[in-house]
Design a protein around this ligand. Structure first.
Ligand SMILES: C[S@@+](CC[C@H](N)C(=O)[O-])C[C@H]1O[C@@H](n2cnc3c(N)ncnc32)[C@H](O)[C@@H]1O
Ligand SMILES: [Zn+2]
Length: 326
């Protein structure tokens, strides 16, 4: 953690912005071990391996999710090499990651970052995506409830030590985010919003953290088709991880409810072989401008409502001038 991070956070206990810190061990990049102390309520928060822990009183749901990911990590063989190759992955892991990688690269190409952005990666997990923003020059912060190496925040040292990038890592809850209002230009969310039991609650928190004119990039969120009972079975659920599948209408309603304007992007990863195959070839064959104006706006909602699939979108928070015009 760099001391600069204290300008973005508030105390998770009393919401004060007045902190001091104690450094026990530091390297050239950051404080590796130490404490952040709230001057108002005197609570102390640990910094371990550079990760600031602001997760206070985790709910049973969070504990179950942490345990689930930690068990699943033990069931497979993870390596630093695999982490460094994400999201594309290597060897036998490639097919598992292919869809996520394709959607990520497609959406990444849509972003015009100038490198001055302050970025939050919500539910960053291993932080493979956080380091893309750091590479682009942004001041990036990954937040997750999970620390376990190879699935959680402790993985981040692999990127920091091997790729010469730096980004902040913070342990905290997406439903009680310990950040000050209007701190971020971009909030990136990959395959994490559906881990919330109330997407409106999470999006309300997230919207508050965006600067006016800022935006959310949401990728790889599963969508249930209309009339489905949304019941899913997968190893994650068996291990107590909070997997939900929401309808497209629920996502749309939640974004509208918190005042964010949404623009949909095609899902091209292979989760839904027929539709993603169609989208893939549409993306390749036709000019992007035409697709964005004429084809995607009517086609994507239909796909997501009738067949379900994967939600990729950018949600915009109006700037001051846009708000005044409304
Ligand atoms: C499917 S993983 C996605 C991780 C990463 N974004 C990626 O694309 O690889 C979902 C992540 O959400 C995190 N998560 C679940 N509940 C959370 C909560 N309440 N607050 C913050 N993160 C949470 C999990 O720990 C996990 O890392
Ligand atoms: Zn406090």
């Amino acid at each position: 953690m760099k001391p600069k991070l204290l300008q973005l956070i508030h105390c998770p206990t009393c919401h004060s912005k007045d902190f001091e810190f104690i450094t026990i061990n530091e390297n050239q990049q950051e404080i590796r071990e130490g404490f952040v102390i709230c001057r108002n309520c005197q609570n102390m928060y640990e910094i371990n391996n550079g990760i600031l822990n602001l997760l206070i009183s985790p709910t049973p749901e969070i504990i179950s999710e942490q345990q689930g990911w930690t068990q699943l990590e033990k069931a497979v063989q993870n390596t630093d090499e695999l982490m460094l190759s994400l999201p594309d992955a290597v060897g036998e892991n490639q097919s598992y990651w292919q869809s996520q990688a394709e959607n990520f690269h497609y959406m990444w190409d849509q972003l015009a970052l100038d490198g001055n952005e302050v970025v939050l990666d919500l539910g960053s997990g291993r932080c493979w995506s956080t380091r893309f923003f750091a590479r682009a020059g942004c001041y990036a912060v990954g937040i997750d409830i999970l620390q376990t190496k190879y699935v959680g925040l402790l993985t981040s040292d692999i990127y920091i030590n091997n790729e010469g990038v730096f980004f902040e890592r913070l342990c905290g809850n997406m439903n009680e985010l310990p950040f000050r209002s209007e701190s971020f230009d971009v909030i990136f969310i990959a395959a994490t919003l559906h881990h919330s039991s109330s997407i409106v609650t999470t999006l309300k928190q997230v919207e508050m953290l965006l600067k006016p004119g800022g935006y959310i990039v949401l990728i790889n969120e599963p969508v249930a088709r209309i009339m489905s009972n949304k019941k899913i079975s997968c190893p994650e659920i068996d291990h107590g991880i909070n997997e939900h599948v929401y309808w497209f209408a629920e996502y749309l309603y939640s974004f509208r409810k918190v005042g964010l304007k949404v623009k949909l992007y095609p899902f091209i990863g292979s989760y839904h072989p027929i539709i993603s195959g169609i989208n893939h070839s549409l993306v390749k064959r036709f000019p992007q401008k035409l697709m964005k104006r004429r084809i995607w706006p009517p086609l994507l909602p239909l796909q997501l409502i009738l067949a379900g699939g994967i939600l990729n979108l950018i949600a915009h928070k109006p700037s001051f001038s846009e708000k005044n015009l409304q």
